[in-house]
Design a protein around this ligand. Structure first.
Ligand SMILES: CC(C)(COP(=O)(O)OP(=O)(O)OC[C@H]1O[C@@H](n2cnc3c(N)ncnc32)[C@H](O)[C@@H]1OP(=O)(O)O)[C@@H](O)C(=O)NCCC(=O)NCCS
Length: 205
């Protein structure tokens, strides 16, 4: 899985799901400025500098490096017909662990106005196929606050299963928040339809 191409672009019916370079920094700033109120109830506090181009130029360059060496896959989605337009959403697959675990953690967000159209489902289906099929992952973990019903419904739609409940799990919006822990395991049967065919989990050698 390590030392692959520096970037990836997945085409779906309505989206381009990719790892943009530093030239997309201004659009990242706009995404977080526009969606600050929408995201802050659900996400950890934004790091210092989050609203500057320099921060995102460094981060986007780093993201491509991390993908190339097999450490993360931090994807950004654009409207397929407007690839130079505003960011539609993000999906961060991070904390890659290989060997006998082959697992990672998923976090995501959509632009507030892009909700309710199935766009995150579409982007994550393609991303998960790539993750399991090309990168050989075995398990993806995703966690949400119990009151985040949209996030819970999304994960259920994608076939994630609840594995547990963690008290005071992540510091969000001024307090430690309980989370429901879920995971999608590739070898498990029955697989959701979007994951069937041509996907092989790599075994540790
Ligand atoms: C969590 C979040 C990504 C979910 O977004 P979403 O729009 O509900 O998810 P999807 O894009 O998959 O769309 C599903 C919705 O579109 C509808 N839809 C329309 N066409 C659809 C299609 N082709 N496929 C699936 N759903 C479709 C579904 O019915 C559903 O709407 P409903 O909730 O009214 O039933 C979004 O609410 C968000 O960004 N929240 C803030 C950040 C956040 O919570 N991040 C996660 C922290 S754990």
């Amino acid at each position: 899985m390590a030392n692959q191409a520096a970037t990836v672009t997945l085409e779906t019916e309505r989206l381009l799901v990719t790892l943009p370079g530093p030239e997309a920094a201004p659009r990242m700033v706009t995404y977080f400025e526009t969606n600050r109120a929408h995201l802050s109830p659900w996400e950890p506090p934004f790091p210092k500098g989050m609203f500057s181009n320099g921060f995102w130029e460094r981060r986007l360059t780093q993201n491509r490096h991390e993908y190339r060496v097999g450490r993360s896959m931090r994807l950004v989605f654009f409207d397929r017909h407007e690839p130079d337009g505003a960011i539609v959403g993000l999906a961060n697959f991070t904390q890659f662990v290989r060997g006998a675990f082959m697992a990672c953690t998923l976090g995501y967000s959509l632009d507030e106005d892009a909700q309710g159209q199935g766009l995150m489902t579409e982007a994550l289906q393609a991303s998960l196929r790539h993750l399991f099929g090309e990168l050989g992952m075995h398990r993806v973990m995703a966690n949400h606050m119990p009151i985040n019903e949209r996030s819970g419904a999304l994960l259920k739609r994608l076939g994630f299963q609840v594995e547990g409940y963690a008290r005071d799990y992540i510091y969000i919006n001024g307090a430690w928040r309980d989370h429901i822990l879920t995971a999608l395991v590739h070898d498990e049967a029955p697989l959701p339809d979007y994951l069937t065919g041509e996907l092989v989990t790599k075994r540790p050698s």
